[in-house]
Design a protein around this ligand. Structure first.
Ligand SMILES: Cc1ncc(COP(=O)(O)O)c(C=O)c1O
Length: 396
C-alpha cells in the first residue's frame, strides 16, 4: 500500500485533498475568466457535448471552482460536489434540481430563517408543498411518513439553539420511504460530522461559514452521489447561482486550515459552555457537548467534535440582552458564523426577526437568547469578555 492508496485523514484532506500535486504551481491559480477559448469548432463542440472535460463558460464550470468541489467531496466523502454562490443558492438549486411541481417536503421547523422563508414564501408558489415538524420527534415523523413525501430536510445541530437530530435514523427511514434525505451540515462542518457516511443523500453547507472560515466570502455547497449532484448542477447552471472564481479560490484556501481551525472552535466553545453553565445570570446554555444537553448522547454518537456554535439564554429581558451584546469587546456584534473571529447576535432581532411568538417557542428561541459563534481567539480572553459584558448589563 502506498501513501496515495491509503484513506487520508481529515487534516491531510483539508490541506491537500485526495492527491498530491504532480507538477506546476503549489497553489492552483485563479481562473478569473468568464469564458474559455477553443482552437476550432470541433474542440468546442466536443466540450459542449460533454465528450471532453474542457471548461466552456464559467456559469457552467471553472477550474478554480472544480478544485474546491473536489476538496469538499474528499471531506464529506461523497462522489461529487457543486459549489454555488451562497448557501441559499445551494438549498434552492437542490430543491429545484431534485423536485418538481406537486412534490412534497417534510421539513424540521428548527432551520435557518432564510431557509424557512424560502420554504414558506417561494416553494408553494411553484407547487412544492412543505410540511413542518418540530425538532422533538422529527426522526419519528420521518419513520411514520412512509411514502408520503419526496424529500426530508433538516439541520443538525440546528440554528440557533443547537438541537440535535439522529442522522442515522432519518437516513434509514428516508431510504425505506423512498424519500431524498437532505441535511444542512453548516453548523457541524465535515470535520465534526459526515452525514453521507451515515446514509444521508444530500449534504448542504453555507460555505460562507466554517468552510470558508474567514468571513470574507459568500458561497454554498451541495454534495452527494454523482447522479443527484449532476441534476443539481444542471439546474444551478440555469438558475444562475454561479460562484465567482475568486470566491472559489478563497474557499479552497480557507479549507486548507479547516481541520486545524475546528480543533480550536470545538475547544473554545466547550470551554465557554462549561464555564457559563454555572453563572446565575444565564438561565440556559445550549451546547451539544454538555452532558445536560437533551441531544448529547446522539451528538456523541454522530459527531467527533461539538462545533464552535453555542447559544445562551440570559436570565433577563430583551433590553438587558441588547446591553449585554453591546457591551462585548471581543465578540463582534454581527450576524453570520463560522469565521475565525467570535461573533454574537440576538436571533429575535436578526435571523428570526418577525417570527410569531408561537414559531419562536416551537424553535426554542426566547427574547434573551444570544447566539455565539465562538472563534479561535484565546479561550480565557473570550470568557473574560462574556463575564465583563454580563457585569455591565446586569450591574453585578
Ligand atoms: C445553517 C445555515 N444554512 C444556510 C444558510 C444560508 O447561507 P448563505 O448566507 O451563505 O446563503 C445560513 C446562513 O446563515 C445558515 O446559517
Amino acid at each position: 500500500m502506498t501513501t496515495n492508496d491509503r484513506k487520508r485523514g481529515l487534516s491531510t484532506r483539508s490541506v491537500q485533498g485526495m492527491k498530491r500535486a504532480e507538477s506546476g504551481p503549489a497553489v492552483e491559480p485563479i481562473y478569473q475568466t468568464s469564458t474559455f477559448v477553443f482552437k476550432d469548432q470541433q474542440e468546442m463542440l466536443d466540450a459542449v457535448q460533454g465528450k471532453s472535460d474542457k471548461d466552456v463558460y464559467t456559469r457552467w464550470s471553472n477550474p478554480t471552482t472544480t478544485n474546491a468541489e473536489k476538496k469538499i467531496s474528499a471531506l464529506e466523502n461523497t462522489e461529487d460536489t457543486v459549489v454555488l454562490s451562497s448557501g441559499m443558492a445551494a438549498i434552492s438549486s437542490t430543491i429545484y434540481g431534485l423536485l418538481k411541481n406537486g412534490s412534497r417536503i417534510l421539513a424540521c421547523d428548527s432551520i435557518y430563517g432564510g431557509t424557512l422563508h424560502l420554504f414558506q414564501d417561494i416553494l408553494p408558489r411553484h407547487g412544492i408543498e412543505v410540511t413542518y415538524h418540530p425538532l422533538d420527534g422529527f426522526a419519528d415523523a420521518v419513520e411514520d411518513s412512509y411514502g408520503s413525501y419526496d424529500m426530508c430536510f433538516f439541520e443538525t445541530p440546528t440554528n440557533p439553539v443547537l438541537g440535535i437530530i439522529d442522522i442515522r435514523r432519518v437516513a434509514d427511514a428516508a431510504r425505506t420511504g423512498s424519500m431524498i434525505s437532505v441535511v444542512d451540515n453548516t453548523f457541524a462542518s465535515p470535520i465534526n460530522q459526515r452525514p453521507y457516511e451515515m446514509g444521508i443523500d444530500i449534504i448542504i453547507h453555507s460555505a460562507t461559514k466554517y468552510l470558508g472560515g474567514h468571513s470574507d466570502i459568500i458561497a454554498g455547497t451541495v454534495s452527494g452521489n454523482s447522479e443527484q449532484i449532476g441534476k443539481v448542477r444542471n439546474t444551478a447552471k440555469l438558475l444562475g447561482g454561479t460562484v465567482d472564481p475568486f470566491a472559489s479560490f478563497l474557499l479552497e484556501r480557507g479549507i486548507k486550515t479547516l481541520a486545524a481551525r475546528m480543533v480550536w472552535h470545538n475547544f473554545n466553545a466547550l470551554f465557554l459552555a462549561d464555564k457559563l453553565s454555572s453563572d446565575s445570570r444565564i438561565s440556559r446554555v445550549h451546547y451539544p457537548g454538555l452532558p445536560s444537553h437533551p441531544g448529547h448522547s446522539i451528538a456523541r454518537r454522530q459527531m467527533t467534535g461539538y462545533g464552535g456554535m453555542l447559544a445562551i439564554d440570559l436570565a433577563a429581558n430583551l433590553e438587558t440582552t441588547k446591553e449585554f451584546v453591546d457591551s462585548l469587546e471581543i465578540f463582534l456584534n454581527a450576524v453570520s458564523l463560522g469565521g475565525v473571529e467570535s461573533l454574537a447576535s440576538i436571533p429575535v432581532l436578526t435571523t428570526h426577526y418577525g417570527f410569531s411568538k408561537g414559531e419562536l417557542e416551537s424553535t426554542g428561541i426566547c427574547e434573551s437568547t444570544v447566539r455565539m459563534s465562538v472563534g479561535i481567539e484565546d479561550p480565557e480572553d473570550l470568557l473574560f469578555d462574556v463575564k465583563q459584558a454580563l457585569e455591565k448589563s446586569f450591574g453585578y
